[in-house]
Design a protein around this ligand. Structure first.
Ligand code: NAP
Ligand code: GLV
Length: 307
């Protein structure tokens, strides 16, 4: 019988174990405890190094998130396939979160919320849509979906990825050489790239200064993409007009962090696209069976690229 170990930190295990057992009746699904017999597959989120040290023969580990930056810090046998979530209900959530943040900025909705407190009636005219181009860093599973959704509102949309892409209605840029052109064409910057050695700190004084004046930053990828003090300096200088941040260097965001109180910053607690348990379990069960047949699955992590 196929053995599946569940090892997810900060996750209520019981509903996951029940769901995995229902979806994979042919497997022996158990909550991992140190010293357990070795498993064939694992479902993981931020597992301890000890888990992989005790599982040298694991065929595959299914990460219950899209980002694998934490997983790739661990020593994992090269024969273990790493598989991440591939949408599983996250793309629609990400599209609604990012469109909401863009529209709030474009229509000045924070201005109306503020003046409503004092009973003021003060309409403002939004800029021409052509003066509000949106640039999406990352055109993968989530970024491509977000790009399509933003396009529905008729904003000009630019996209930037590592390798060349062609997406209908999107001005596509790729690679470091085209980053300056992408930034110069962008006013609202959405970060949806994975955190890798190449992308750490990519939202910094130098890159953010290349955005069009009145720029807006939406970071929904990882906190370590952003140099916090550089963002604050550009908000305070007026070059940037606002930021919506869902991810941070330290989570939860410490109570004394200036982002909490900055008038141009909106903070949310890493919720832009949450893991949906049932959709994730269905996807993992399908992928496990596909791998057992010796076939490839979507969402395989390329350890050399870091995502
Ligand atoms: P994905 O399908 O792997 O897409 C990643 C995209 O980033 C690809 O287009 C890739 O380019 C591009 N990219 C990677 N390295 C790059 C580089 N050095 N320069 C330029 N582009 C680069 O990943 P996804 O499923 O869309 O998820 C993206 C990230 O979102 C995750 O890694 C995670 O950190 C974050 N996330 C956050 C939340 C949240 O709640 N805040 C939820 C889910 C995911 P290619 O297309 O050329 O490969
Ligand atoms: C959440 O941040 C994820 O990577 O799925």
């Amino acid at each position: 019988m196929t053995r599946l170990a569940f090892c997810c930190t900060n996750t209520n295990a019981d509903p996951w174990l029940d769901g995995l057992r229902a979806a994979l009746p042919e497997a022996d699904v158990s909550l991992w405890r140190s010293g357990d017999p070795v498993a064939d597959y694992a479902v993981v989120w931020a597992p301890p190094q000890d888990f992989f040290d005790q599982q040298p023969g694991l065929k595959a580990a299914f990460n219950i998130g899209a980002g694998v930056d934490a997983l790739l810090k661990l020593q994992i046998a090269p024969t273990t396939l790493l598989v991440r979530l591939d949408d599983a209900g996250m793309a629609a959530q990400m599209a609604e979160y990012v469109c909401h943040a863009i529209i709030r900025a474009y229509r000045g909705l924070d201005h109306y919320a503020a003046i409503a407190q004092t009973g003021r009636w003060q309409p403002i005219e939004p800029p021409a849509r052509t003066d509000f181009p949106v640039g999406i860093m990352g055109l993968g599973v989530l970024g491509a979906r977000v790009a399509q959704a933003v396009r529905q509102f008729e904003f000009p949309v630019n996209g930037w990825s590592r390798t060349a892409k062609a997406l209908d209605g999107i001005e596509c840029f790729h690679g470091r050489a085209q980053l300056p052109a992408f930034l110069a064409a962008t006013r609202v910057l959405v970060c949806l790239i994975p955190l890798t050695p190449d992308t750490r700190g990519i939202l910094n004084r130098h890159t953010l200064a290349q955005l069009r004046p009145g720029g807006v930053v939406i970071n929904v990828a990882r906190g370590a993409h952003l140099v916090d003090d550089d963002l604050l300096a550009l908000l305070d200088s007026g070059h940037l007009s606002g930021a919506t941040l869902d991810v941070f260097h330290t989570e939860p965001l410490p109570a004394d962090h200036p982002f909490w109180r900055h008038p141009k910053v909106t903070v949310t607690p890493h919720v832009s696209a949450q893991t949906l348990r049932q959709q994730s379990i269905t996807q993992i069960a399908q992928k496990l069976r596909t791998l057992e047949r010796g076939e490839a699955v979507a969402g395989m992590v390329d350890r050399a690229s870091g995502y």
